[in-house]
Design a protein around this ligand. Sequence first.
Ligand SMILES: Nc1ncnc2c1ncn2[C@@H]1O[C@H](COP(=O)(O)OP(=O)(O)O)[C@@H](O)[C@H]1O
Ligand SMILES: [Mg+2]
Length: 464
Amino acid sequence: MYNYFVNRETEINSILNYLRTKSNIFVYGLRGIGKTTLLEKIQEKLIQSEKKTLYIDSYDILSPEDILALISERPIMDSRYAIKTLFERDDYVIIIDEFSSLIQTLARYPPFRRQDDVIKYIRSQIQARRKRGGESIILSSSALGFVKRITMKYFAPLFREFKLLFIGPMSFEHIYELALKNNLDEKIAREIAEVAVGNPFYARKIIELIIAQKISPRDAVFNLIASRGDLDIYFSALMDAIPAESRYILHLIARGIKRFYEIENKLYKDPTPYLKRLEENGLLAKVKKGRKFSEYIISDKVFQAWLLSQEIPSLGKISRDTIYISSLGFEALVRELFSAVTTRIEIKDWLDQRLEIPPFKTVFNLKGSDYEIDAIGLKNDEAYIFEVHFWGKARFYKVKQLIKNTEKFVKEYNKRVKERILISYFGYKLSEEEIQQIKKRGIKLLTAKELREIQSKINVKLGF
Ligand SMILES: Nc1ncnc2c1ncn2[C@@H]1O[C@H](COP(=O)(O)OP(=O)(O)O)[C@@H](O)[C@H]1O
Ligand SMILES: [Mg+2]
């Protein structure tokens, strides 16, 4: 009922191109981001073009016998024999989903003792297959730490032969499209796109709940992360698998304690190894702020919302509204984007005007006496004022609001305003005359396209 496929054209095209040259491919990305769905799509396409494929879901493989049975060979309990026999099927494209789990399974059976031995043997078999001119092998993994370790450290020679393909979050537009395909109306679809933060798995869970219970997207997210909700179970399992120090660090960062020395002070020991592992696992991203400071961010905002909803005695309880404003929604993501700028970047705005964005000291939202500013970026005494719009095309009143907010801000605080920037994800509906006024005042306009450009320039994937 919900199995619509959206987006991933770029990824599909890269994979198909690699397949043409019989290159091997390693697809990696966080759980739920859409690797399996993508691999299934690839298999479908291969079958359509009459290629032979072998698909292995590693979670279905409990022993070497399972591999042999899958390829219609006599099952025996020998990991080495199973690997050799599988990789000798040269005329099949072999797809192995969650490869790291297969390695773990095979390492438990003779003649192997350790995972490294399994990987070394697989390396030799893959090299032999390549020499024989065998078809591509496609591997996937959600264990980002594993991927990094085997590609960088131990098994570089093997994985140099692999094309690495990172699967990141989907854009708002594609989640929006997915919601529309499920017969939800435009307004709800936009809201889903806003709260699902580019993760198709979360989007699917939210859509299911909205259809079943007729609640708002925002309530759906809060139900999913509430005690015993589907995502609560999912995140709890994730937390169970990491050390207590790492859990504490995640809670601290979710609550804004995100600089290295602040974390160190709270942890009473060197957080470096824990931060490293969390980064490797894709749970944290590191943002370098100048020579001395590094900040950490949790790129998965639904996970951050869940962390904030956990009541930690020493860290206090946080209201739903605060969780929403700080973690979910488009504005929070925009603030995250601009706080992740670490060197001066230059772009053209929607009207082709030049805009420079410096690394800000802080980016925050402000509730004034009778006004609200979605984002302010501060650099010394200079302020960049942002107005953020997500619901459809923005009209001229949004520009007026930005001007008014800025005036009030200037009156209340003693700062020089360097730029006024309006951000509207789905573009603008403005007359020629209005555009001329905007240009005359030097107000800058951004849309999804410019946000994506900034995102790719600073190399942080937030899903715009
Ligand atoms: N391209 C896509 N279009 C629509 N839904 C998707 C897409 N990719 C993933 N999904 C949804 O997200 C869920 C999780 O995706 P999955 O492929 O299982 O992630 P992974 O294998 O990376 O953990 C799927 O059940 C599916 O509903
Ligand atoms: Mg999967």
